[in-house]
Design a protein around this ligand. Structure first.
Ligand SMILES: Cc1cc2nc3c(=O)[nH]c(=O)nc-3n(C[C@H](O)[C@H](O)[C@H](O)COP(=O)(O)OP(=O)(O)OC[C@H]3O[C@@H](n4cnc5c(N)ncnc54)[C@H](O)[C@@H]3O)c2cc1C
Length: 472
């Protein structure tokens, strides 16, 4: 293993001052509990409505009990579907409290739970109704004769398609764009389920409280999606009028794009965050791609640095100065505002160094206050190498490049050259005071998991570990 270190010695000589806490406001971690509490409240409120509507006393014959349970599962499935809408609406407080990675994990969990409950609702209701026509006969009878049921069937088919294409094995075979396009049918699924709840769902209209609750929650979820996914990005893009000002080839496969715009000092973005970018350079502009800022925003320019991974990222090299850009964001919790400790460890691999490079710029200076571990296959793979060295020197940070090939024998964040050195042991050797540092990690998802586990084992507290995956 080859290690390149910029030591703090040179910086002590420069008399760099002690770091202070970042004064800028960020969403407190407690908002995570508050928003989770709101989600649980919505679910419990629905169960309470079911109880108030006589749910507990409606268990009689097998058929009645099945129908009653079918009502409950249908109601909880519906409210979970609406919670899904809030989760993907990118409501700033929710997004900043949870971060994209965690939101995506919760979104997946809530989505699959809602789907399973919806299937249970369908089966329990059909078995409970038992019209004497058998399961298929009762199903067809309901679909064809009960109001709103044909639409609900359409919604169910849309949701089945989304769930099937979200299964890991299927998803990896689909292009991201195709998967994402199919995923938009979730809105259709939720919308088509509404009429059958209104026309046949006694629980929906059983009391003024139920009516206000359901209409209010549907309206609020729709308003959240439209506001934060459509209106705010359009207004922000229009206000700042970003255009490409420069395109720089960092290596044969990595390109930096510099952007300028109006009033960028008023764009509420922090170093380490990312936007979803849409470059208005012709066909394909509708497909947004998330890229992190690779330099701290200075109020005049923004910069991203991207590796050619497919069609979208490969097109960046061909962007012409003056090309307009639409942005969604900023998003992500990989910024100094989430820090819980004074000192910092930044651990990045490959292109994952980009947000950490920006973050380093934003962190307070001081001898060894920040340690940067940069994992690369070879020295030539070090993206933004000269900048990093200069920045580390200016900040008093220690830059440790861990160079070498992946170990084919074991899952490790270390290269094969590190031999039998343990993952946590290596981290603790490089950063003995890791337990007193915030640890920011960015790179390939599997590699990040290993680094996070090693950091925990080496003593870093859970709340001090912050991650941004470059894939959802
Ligand atoms: C939060 C975040 C920040 C990122 N920051 C950077 C960065 O600073 N520099 C960089 O080089 N790369 C970054 N990426 C990865 C980058 O977004 C993808 O490499 C790029 O979108 C690939 O698109 P493509 O058309 O070139 O390739 P494709 O062949 O379409 O996709 C290749 C892979 O990239 C992922 N991907 C594609 N489109 C998206 C999308 N819209 N949203 C999420 N994942 C997608 C998928 O996993 C897909 O399998 C980031 C990703 C995320 C999620």
């Amino acid at each position: 293993m080859s290690i390149l270190t910029v030591s703090e010695q040179s910086l002590r000589a420069k008399g760099v001052s002690a770091p202070t806490r970042d004064p800028r406001r960020s969403v407190p971690a407690s908002w995570r509990d508050v928003t989770a509490g709101v989600g649980w409240f919505l679910v419990l409120f629905v169960v309470a409505l079911w109880v108030a509507g006589g749910g507990l006393s409606a268990f009689g014959s097998l058929g009645e009990s099945m129908t009653n349970l079918g009502r409950l599962t249908g109601l909880v499935a519906s409210v979970l579907l609406l919670i899904q809408m809030f989760l993907i609406a990118r409501i700033p407080l929710v997004e900043q409290a949870w971060g994209q990675d965690e939101l995506m994990r919760v979104h997946r969990l809530v989505g699959f739970t809602s789907f399973n409950l919806m299937l249970a609702h369908i089966v329990l209701t059909i078995v409970g109704y038992n019209t004497g026509l058998g399961f298929i006969g009762t199903f067809l009878d309901q679909v064809l004769n009960a109001p709103g049921m044909l639409l609900a069937l359409g919604g169910t088919v849309a949701l089945i398609m989304i769930v099937v294409t979200s299964l890991r094995r299927v998803r990896t075979r689909l292009r991201y764009e195709s998967w994402h396009l199919l995923h938009l049918y979730a809105y259709l699924g939720a919308g088509l389920a509404l009429p059958h709840q209104l026309w046949t769902g006694a629980d929906f209209l059983s009391s003024p409280a139920a009516t206000v609750f359901w209409w209010g929650t549907y309206a609020a979820s729709l308003a959240a999606v439209v506001t934060f996914r459509v209106v705010v990005p359009l207004v922000r893009s229009r206000r700042h009028r970003l255009v490409v000002s420069d395109v720089v080839a960092e290596s044969p496969t990595v390109t930096s794009v510099v952007l300028t715009g109006r009033a960028l000092d008023r764009l509420p973005v922090r170093a380490g965050q990312f936007f979803t970018w849409r470059f208005l350079d012709g066909a394909g502009w509708t497909r947004g791609h998330p890229y992190s800022l690779s330099a701290a925003p200075d109020g005049r320019r923004l910069r991203i640095t991207a590796e050619a991974a497919g069609d979208g990222s490969s097109c960046l090299t061909g962007l012409r100065p003056g090309t307009g850009v639409l942005i969604e964001g900023p998003y992500g919790r990989l910024h100094a505002g989430v820090k819980t400790q004074r000192r910092t460890l930044l651990v990045g691999a490959g292109i994952g160094i980009t947000p950490l490079r920006a973050l380093l710029e934003d962190l307070p200076p001081g001898p060894d206050e920040t340690v940067v571990i940069y994992r690369v296959g070879s020295r030539d793979d070090m993206i933004l190498r000269d900048e990093l060295l200069e920045l580390a020197a200016a900040k008093g940070a220690r830059l440790v490049a861990v160079v070498g090939h992946r170990n084919p024998e074991r899952h490790s964040w270390l290269p094969v050259e590190a031999g039998a050195l343990g993952d946590a042991e290596a981290l603790a050797r490089i950063v003995p005071d890791i337990a007193q540092r915030d640890v920011f990690i960015c790179g390939a998802p599997r590699w990040m998991q290993i680094v996070a586990a090693a950091a925990r084992e080496a003593g870093a507290p859970d709340e001090a570990i912050h991650q941004e995956r470059f894939a959802w």
